[in-house]
Design a protein around this ligand. Structure first.
Ligand code: GLC
Length: 475
């Protein structure tokens, strides 16, 4: 529990300090920023870019035009050269520009070190990836050598992973990273993964449509969001029957747990588990779930109950939605003329809150770890050192708007310039990963319960059953 609370606090501090340093935006150079993000997209395999979990549109990202990736740093080259000719099998989501950047990185790594990288596909959805990894772990497979670890899964994966800090290069590298994330990733003294990307949720909105319908500011409360979305949608549907007010991740998977945590914590409903007690069953949470249920089929498409990140992102960047809840990776896509019809017509804001609550953004993020059964752990460590190291993190931040996990990268002027969303002020909410190895079970209870409400179920009844389900995990 302490670990989680600290992660939330520290991430808030880290990102707040970081955004304070966003001097370019403050000094009026922000106007150029939408343009400078162009040509770029999501590195976040993280972000469900394949939407394989949820019956929505598959990723339609144009991946051309990424600049060359950085050379492999000399210390990594010398560590890796001993393994020249060997192959490291890396689990990755191949979709989107993130997938493309990983392919470019693999070619560069082979060229500079002689070590071959072979990708095996992991699903875009973190929940599906979890299921795939369970099969890998229980069969004691030695590959993939490198696994993608969502910030909520170190507790579940720990026993199957190598200790990253005892592998060459990675101990040193992780000491330069955000220590709250390192602590989150350390289970029983073992560093389960090296942070590659941070994440938090926020609101994207159409500046042109707010203006057109007479709204001076993006919505501060969920009710305002509902009202603005209703008005804009009513007007826009005349010319675009597929237009909707608000899109988010409503499918029964991890992304919905993130949305639900934001709804609950921003409306005074608590953190689901507070001080070891299940608190999810309360009237604030019933109220926000009823409001959200009311969106479905009105300001949100009925199909939103099967939407993952890319489904929602596609609706927004094709110009078919006024508001979107998503992660930072969307920024680079929305600003890219090859991937967006709304370049210059969008901006970002904290997610709305309830009458009395404060805006929340769910903490996400991804780490690279080494399979404990891997036969090529040191070569795998070299690949991780390259792709999570400062040069590659800067590349990802500038080109794919991936939040860095290294402070010096986060302070870099080019990074600040390409990521104006950094100025968003919001509370970071941490999912109940205090459940450790039981987290996935707990999150599954949460997203199934919330999804059933969105599909018409009774909010009070669902939360009361959810409380009982979660109780079985803490007692
Ligand atoms: C993003 C976040 C990750 C989260 C996932 C949910 O990839 O980084 O932490 O679990 O979205 O879909």
């Amino acid at each position: 529990m302490e670990r989680d609370d600290r992660l939330g606090r520290e991430m808030t501090r880290f990102l707040r300090d970081w955004s304070r340093r966003d001097f370019l935006r403050r000094t009026g150079q922000a106007g150029a920023l939408l343009a400078t993000g162009s040509g770029m997209a999501a590195f976040l395999e993280a972000c469900g870019t394949g939407s394989s979990s949820g019956g929505g549109a598959s990723s339609t990202v144009n991946t051309s035009g990424l600049p060359a990736v950085p050379a492999v740093p000399s210390d990594v080259v010398s560590a890796a050269k001993k393994f020249s000719g060997k192959t490291v099998v890396v689990s990755a989501d191949p979709t989107g520009k993130g997938g493309q950047a990983a392919k470019l990185a693999a070619a560069q790594f082979e060229k500079d070190t002689g070590v071959k990288i072979s990708f095996v596909v992991r699903p875009g959805s973190t929940s599906d990836t979890y299921a795939q990894y369970q099969r890998i772990f229980t069969s004691k497979a030695s590959t993939p050598d490198v696994l993608d670890v969502d910030v909520v899964y170190p507790g579940a994966y720990a026993q199957y992973m190598a200790d990253a800090k005892s592998l060459p290069l990675l101990g040193d590298l992780s000491s330069k990273m955000d220590q709250a994330i390192i602590q989150n990733n350390t289970v029983g003294g073992k560093l389960v993964g090296v942070p590659r990307a941070g994440d938090f949720g926020f609101l994207y909105y159409r500046t042109d449509l707010l203006k057109k319908y007479g709204f001076a500011n993006p919505p501060a409360t969920w009710q305002e969001l509902t009202d603005q979305a209703t008005k804009i949608q009513a007007g826009e549907k005349a010319s675009n029957p597929n237009f909707y007010g608000y899109v988010f991740q409503g499918n029964a998977y991890e992304g919905l747990t993130c949305n639900a945590m934001e709804w609950f914590t921003s409306t005074g409903g608590g953190d689901v588990i507070d001080n070891g007690k299940i608190t999810v069953d309360n009237s604030n949470n019933v109220a926000i779930l009823n409001l959200a249920k009311g969106w479905v089929g009105k300001i949100s498409p009925t199909g939103v109950t099967a939407f993952a990140e890319e489904d929602a992102r596609n609706a927004f960047t094709t110009g078919a939605a006024a508001f979107l809840r998503n992660w930072p990776y969307v920024y680079s896509l929305a600003a890219d003329p090859k991937n967006s019809k709304i370049v210059g017509n969008f901006d970002v804001a904290p997610l709305p809150h309830g009458g009395t609550g404060q805006s929340s953004g769910c903490v996400g993020g991804w780490q690279s770890g080494v399979n404990g059964q891997s036969q090529v752990k040191e070569a795998a460590a070299a690949w991780i050192a390259y792709t999570t190291g400062p040069d590659f993190q800067k590349y990802s931040a500038v080109n794919l708007t991936t939040p860095p996990t290294i402070d010096t990268v986060a302070k870099d002027a080019d990074v600040l310039k390409a990521n104006p969303w950094l100025s968003i002020k919001t509370n970071r909410v941490v999912r109940p990963s205090k459940l450790g190895a039981k987290y996935n079970q707990g999150s599954t209870f949460i997203f199934q319960s919330v999804n059933s409400v969105l599909r018409g179920g009774d909010a009070a009844q669902s939360l009361s059953s959810l409380k009982q389900q979660l109780q079985t995990l803490v007692s």
